[in-house]
Design a protein around this ligand. Structure first.
Ligand code: NAG
Ligand code: NAG
Ligand code: NAG
Ligand code: NAG
Ligand code: NAG
Ligand code: NAG
Length: 522
């Protein structure tokens, strides 16, 4: 451990947020409106939270949803009972859908108007016999076939008691063992997660935040015209790294698309053309690329949520990304990955102080990394040291997120064997680490657990009977995931960014003991 190293990694992001407190919001605001969920807000008057589906969007939206469950309301626009039901349904949907959802990423609430001709077949497939009719199930199960009340053992089931908002929410709470309330407010709510924190399916969802952060980073770069003659190389190298090792398949695909078109988007005589017109033309060109697919950014965070909206998860997602990259790079790539990440941060974070700190940190490394292990541990160690300092700085400046103070990571409860110290880690005390165990933990955690559930359409259509979630699990030896690792995502965020993660509270309150019976029975 270099004794004098200052640890700007965290500091860096912390400062970014400090100096640009609205950064996350800024990035979210500039992104083109690619998200269906977001598009809903653009209607006149009160926006709908529930997503309107039709036969052409049905499969896509449900397959792409990060939510664990979906509720689909089949209704007819001419039916007065349906019109009266809408406010009830919306009241519940407000909790789960849209960029300001209180409990994002858990339940997708949608509706289908069966009175529209194009949806007739769709409604028939689900044996819609009355309006409104509500069905419940994992989102992708809706796309696999239909539903029939006589069907036994279907993962889709009819919601028999959802006549009012209260009853519907009760039904949901009973179904998944949660304690949602219609009064739940964003950031003010302690009962956020009904999840089983040791369930690999839950951990795998961190990938959605990594995707979101990737998309925001790109938006920020484009909007601030950061790609210049002198930064081209750093950009290209980092994107090459993403193409090879981004944990999300669709981001790998999207970044590859940007690289393929790089010369058209940012010609090498770019700086000569910096008249406003051609610049904005290029911005538009770059923006038309969906770096992680059309549905990203979604405009909300699932794992990476602070208790204040300016501490929302951009840096959290970014950190998880950097760590994922570090564990994925092979021994022979370790040094290059290190340089690439250093250069990227150095060139694309617009904060002088952050840049300086970051540079110091990178410069403090004197011997090239010859193994993945050395690089992974360096990144982890730097974070913890920075974090140790940040715990103090934030306390002084009162910039900490009161609900999610930073901690040294990984905590004992996530990796028993990682340290032999009994010291109180949230006090910022560094325990004695067993680096072999820490390395094993980091690889399992950032390597196999966080991966993309996205599949190419061609693959999806030929393997329709397999659920996306099953795919996540079977392909990743998820049994190796340490108990409580989902919690670790959140804790990692506390550690690795100036933001928070609501799972800490969960853990404290042991709320996660009220849980799903098991997703497998759903
Ligand atoms: C953050 O919260 C403040 C106050 O509630 C609000 O005015 C602001 O628009 C919010 N920003 C975002 C990005 O949601
Ligand atoms: C079906 O839904 C999609 C997505 O909301 C929308 O773009 C499209 O216009 C709809 N089609 C019809 C015929 O309403
Ligand atoms: C949580 O998930 C794990 C892994 O799927 C499972 O072994 C465990 O039984 C679950 N716990 C509860 C309380 O559901
Ligand atoms: C770009 O500008 C430099 C000087 O500003 C000039 O020498 C060079 O010829 C220009 N290149 C192009 C392709 O216009
Ligand atoms: C912790 O482990 C280190 C090395 O593995 C050892 O030197 C030290 O004595 C241990 N401390 C305790 C309290 O067990
Ligand atoms: C950890 O230490 C801090 C101060 O050092 C103290 O305020 C806190 O209560 C301690 N937490 C536990 C769980 O012991």
């Amino acid at each position: 451990m270099p004794p004098s190293a200052s640890h700007p990694f965290l500091h860096l992001l912390f400062l970014v947020l400090l100096v640009f407190p609205g950064l996350g919001a800024f990035a979210a605001a500039v992104g083109p409106r690619r998200s269906i969920l977001r598009a809903l807000d653009e209607g006149n008057g009160k926006p709908d939270y529930a997503v309107d589906l039709n036969s052409s969007s049905f499969d896509n939206v449900l397959n792409e949803s990060p939510a664990s469950f979906a509720i689909v309301e089949f209704f007819a626009h001419w039916c007065p009972a349906c019109r009266n039901y809408k406010p009830h349904y919306e009241k519940v949907a407000r909790l789960f859908n849209g960029p300001n959802a209180v409990h994002p990423g858990i339940i997708l609430m949608a509706r289908v108007d069966c009175a529209k001709k194009m949806n007739t077949n769709l409604c028939n497939k689900f044996s819609v016999g009355h309006y409104p009719m509500l069905l419940w199930g994992p989102p992708h199960k809706f796309t696999l076939g239909g539903w029939d009340s006589k069907q036994e053992k279907s993962e889709i089931q009819s919601i028999d008691d959802g006549r009012t908002a209260e009853r519907l929410l009760n039904w949901i709470n009973k179904r998944i063992g949660s304690s949602f309330s219609l009064d739940d407010d964003k950031f003010e709510n302690e009962n956020t997660l009904p999840w089983n924190a040791s369930d690999p399916e839950q951990i795998a969802r961190a990938i959605y935040d990594v995707e979101e952060a990737t998309a925001q980073a790109f938006d920020i770069i484009v909007d601030n015209k950061r790609i210049r003659k002198e930064t081209r190389v750093a950009f290209i190298k980092f994107f090459q790294l993403l193409v090879a090792h981004h944990p999300s398949r669709r981001c790998r695909k999207g970044t590859a698309g940007i690289l393929v078109n790089f010369d058209d988007l940012w010609p090498s005589d770019y700086s000569n053309n910096s008249r406003e017109g051609s610049l904005s033309h290029m911005q538009d060109g770059a923006r038309s690329f969906s770096i992680c697919g059309k549905e990203v950014p979604r405009g909300y965070w699932i794992f990476c949520r602070g208790s204040r909206n300016e501490t929302r998860g951009f840096s959290c997602g970014l950190w998880v990304l950097l760590h994922s990259l570090s564990v994925r790079a092979g021994d022979g790539e370790a040094q290059q990955t290190f340089i690439t990440i250093c250069d990227f941060i150095h060139n694309f974070f617009m904060c002088e102080e952050c840049r300086r700190h970051f540079h110091e940190m990178c410069s403090s490394v004197s011997t090239p990394f010859e193994t993945t292990r050395a690089f992974v541990l360096w990144l982890w160690r730097s974070h913890n040291k920075v974090n140790e300092r940040l715990i103090k700085v934030e306390k002084e400046l009162r910039t900490e997120d009161p609900r999610y103070p930073k901690i040294i990571w990984p905590p004992k409860q996530l990796c028993e064997s990682c340290s032999n110290s009994t010291s109180n880690q949230s006090g910022g005390m560094m325990p004695e680490w067993n680096e072999d165990e820490v390395f094993k933990f980091l690889v399992a955690y950032y390597g196999s657990t966080i991966i993309s559930s996205y599949k190419d359409e061609t693959i999806t259509s030929s393997r329709k009977d397999e659920s996306v979630v099953d795919d996540v699990i079977t392909s990743n030896h998820a049994v190796a995931v340490p108990v409580g690792a989902a919690l670790a995502i959140a804790l990692a965020s506390c550690t690795f960014g100036a933001l928070a993660c609501f799972w800490r509270t969960q853990q404290k309150n042991r709320k996660y003991l009220h849980q799903l019976h098991s997703l497998k029975n759903v």
